[in-house]
Design a protein around this ligand. Structure first.
Ligand code: PRP
Length: 205
C-alpha cells in the first residue's frame, strides 16, 4: 500500500478532535473545518514555486519571497468539500458534485464546473472524508478526463481500505490526510470519524 502524507501537527489534531465531538454545532464545525483545511494546506503546498521580488518596507528595500503565478485550482467534492476552500484562498475554484447511493455507496455525478485549462495547473481535490474511496477515485478520474495531469488529493480523515482502493486506482496521485481511522461502517461512514460531514457542515441533520 502506498503511504499517504499524514499531517500529525498538534494544532491540526486539536481542530480535528473538536470536530469529532458530537456536541460541536454547525457554525463551530464549519469554522473548525476551515481552520483545519488551512493547517493541512501547509503540507499540501509545501513545494509551490516561489519567486523573489524587491519590495519597499517602511525602512528599506527587501528581497521578498512570493508565490509564483502557478494558478493552482481547488476542486471541492460537493457537498462536504466546500468547507475546505481555506486550504488555499488565492486559488481558482471548480466544483464536482458527487452523491453516494446509500445502498451501494457508488457515487454518481450531478455537477461539474472546472476551469478549462487544467492541463498544466496544480489541481487539488478536497473532500473531508475518504471512506471507501469511491468518491475520490471518481473525482480524480473525472479530472484526468478533463485534462488534469498534476493532481493532489486532500482529505482530513481516511482509513487503510480507502487508501488502498484510492492508490490502486490512481497510484500517481499523492494523498494527504490528518487521521487514519479504524475503518468504514455499513453505511459508509468512517469509524470513529466525525459523522456525516456534509450534514454537520450544512446543518441538515
Ligand atoms: C460523503 C463524503 C465524501 C464521501 C466519502 O459524501 O462527503 O464525499 O461520502 O465516501 P467514499 O469514500 O465512500 O466515497 P456524500 O455522498 O454523503 O455527499 P455529501 O457530501 O453531499 O453529504
Amino acid at each position: 500500500m502506498s503511504t499517504p502524507t499524514v499531517v500529525d501537527h498538534p494544532l491540526l489534531q486539536h481542530k480535528l478532535s473538536l470536530m469529532r465531538c458530537k456536541e460541536t454545532d454547525t457554525p463551530r464545525f464549519r469554522h473548525l473545518m476551515r481552520e483545519a483545511s488551512c493547517l493541512i494546506g501547509y503540507e499540501v503546498t509545501r513545494d509551490l514555486t516561489r519567486e523573489a521580488r524587491t519590495v519597499e518596507t517602511p525602512l528599506a528595500a527587501a528581497e521578498a519571497s512570493f508565490l509564483a503565478d502557478e494558478k493552482p485550482v481547488l476542486i471541492p467534492i460537493l457537498r462536504a468539500g466546500n468547507g475546505m476552500l481555506d486550504l488555499l484562498p488565492t486559488a481558482s475554484v471548480g466544483y464536482l458534485g458527487l452523491r453516494r447511493d446509500p445502498g451501494t455507496l457508488t457515487p454518481s455525478e450531478y455537477y461539474f464546473n472546472a476551469p478549462g485549462d487544467l492541463d498544466d495547473r496544480l489541481v487539488v481535490v478536497l473532500d473531508p472524508t475518504l471512506a471507501t474511496a469511491g468518491s475520490a477515485t471518481a473525482a480524480v478520474s473525472r479530472l484526468k478526463a478533463a485534462g488534469a495531469r498534476r493532481i493532489r488529493m486532500v482529505c482530513l480523515l481516511t482509513c487503510a481500505e480507502g487508501i488502498q482502493a484510492f492508490h490502486a486506482a490512481h497510484p500517481d496521485v499523492p494523498l494527504y490526510t490528518a487521521a487514519l481511522e479504524e475503518g468504514v461502517d455499513s453505511h459508509g461512514y468512517l469509524l470513529p470519524g466525525v459523522g456525516d460531514v456534509g450534514d454537520r457542515l450544512h446543518g441538515t441533520t
